[in-house]
Design a protein around this ligand. Sequence first.
Ligand code: ATP
Ligand code: MG
Length: 135
Amino acid sequence: MSNIEQTLSIIKPDAVERNLAEKIKEKFLENELIIKNQKKIQITREEAAEFYKVHQTKPFYDRLCNYLSSGPIVVMILEGENAITVNRKIMGATDPKQADDGTIRKEFGISIDKNSVHGSDSQDNAKKEINFFFS
Ligand code: ATP
Ligand code: MG
């Protein structure tokens, strides 16, 4: 049975700054994920804090929020068969050093902070995150 899903992807400031957005989008298209909607924006520190609220108790929360609001980002709705899982696979592990060959984070990520992309990790979060940016 088919399972068409939507997920939220963000190209983070480090990748936008290095003009990697088009190269990263190619990875999605190569893996049969369609970009249904996209916009380039810069969010405030407060919006970043809201977006990453699930991490508010983590030691890296402050740094994470400062970083995501530090420059332009590209937010996208990706759609396709098992889009949430497929996107997480294309992204690679959170720490680029641990990421598999061929993944976005392996190829483009600089560090665990500057890891180039965000992707929703569940159906629930995908819905919430899509609503957060596109509503
Ligand atoms: P994202 O949510 O950005 O797609 P992820 O789902 O792979 O990344 P999460 O556990 O949700 O990883 O962490 C969110 C972000 O917080 C990561 O992208 C990373 O930049 C940062 N982060 C996660 N774990 C650590 C850590 N141990 N030290 C520093 N930063 C971290
Ligand atoms: Mg996450």
